[in-house]
Design a protein around this ligand. Sequence first.
Ligand code: PMP
Length: 427
Amino acid sequence: MKTYQTMSKDELTSLKTDLEAKYKEFQGMGLKLDMSRGKPSAKQLDISMGMMDVLNSEVSLQCEEGIDCRNYGILDGIKEARELLGAISEVPADNIIIYGNSSLNIMYDTISRSMTHGVMGSTPWCKLDTIKFLCPVPGYDRHFAITEHFGIEMINVPMTNEGPDMDMVEQLVSSDDTIKGIWCVPKYSNPQGITYSEETVKRFARLKPAAKDFRIYWDNAYSVHHLYEDQQDFCLEILEECEKAGNPDIVYKFTSTSKISFPGSGVAAIATSKNNLADIRKQLTLQTIGHDKVNQLRHVRFFKDLDGIHEHMKKHADIMRPKFEAVIDILEKELSGLGIASWIKPRGGYFISFESMDGCAKDIVSKAKEAGVVMTGAGATYPYGKDPKNSNIRIAPSFPTLDELKQAAELFALCVKLVSVEKLLEQ
Ligand code: PMP
């Protein structure tokens, strides 16, 4: 097979004519598909419907400690929920505070508190001239949106297939005390599906930050979200590594059941050292009398324990796996060997990360949109929405049905070819 780069102008021009005709056919189909956000499909939500039955007017709403979950109390969350979320996060229940329905909300809150009140007695960030965060790229747009909202300067750190470039992280963090944090999605990362290697996690744990209020924001959103039973990624537990490295307070670990039960109606938690938890509680005790214990109870009664979670996640995987495979198959069939694209086949998580030729991503996404397929905006995977190479596109296969997804992926591959040909003809 010939790569596009080795084709003559004439060959490219005639290819362009063919591709345009195919594109017109797609436009005539009136597609209306959404591959933009990592939302579970309705079928996936259905598998958690049993959760609606575990609580009703007949059952006791007392938690294990004998407290009535219908009433105020228990700031940290009920013990059995701390145990369940602790198990998901691989940390002891004593290192967990359960919050409300969203881990992103905890991340926002954590940064907001650091801005107004500082971290464990340090100067509030709002009193400092410059605050910076390291942002492994490509990454999660909502992380970057939070830091941008607070006026925090963001520095791109390239991802490798073992996690962020740790030489760069170590160098920056140890030399610049205005760097106060780093966003990490350590397992099945958003969008690349990369899991940080053991060495990467150990290097994180051993960081020697110039700023004593530097924290690693370890967003464990996809810890149990495997696609394959026999090929699961493993990520070293960071809290324990930090403690071993004499750095117990350096990390905040976030998790939620958003993509386990119901996004937006799940349970979220922070796991961190006892010192950090004490610091957090000073604010939390003023912020709320307690989070939603009824929902915590509902989750525990439904899932019971970590085995229950794993069994449940297999059902998600059974729905997700064919979708991921369909997209990957179409990308391979349509685009491999053409020299115009690359992608990562993930073993878990919610996304496929796609790299076009430099300078093409925005045009590909807008071409797909014009034919009825909405993708995540090109650039969204970078701070400030600026992908310096304009090449990364995040594909979210979960929401459409399998048939819709196949159509969407075919159209996407066609748009990639068409935009690449146009680009090469311009050169
Ligand atoms: N972190 C990451 C990496 C995510 O991909 C998502 C969901 N797309 C979230 C956090 C949001 O989690 P939550 O619903 O708990 O706020």
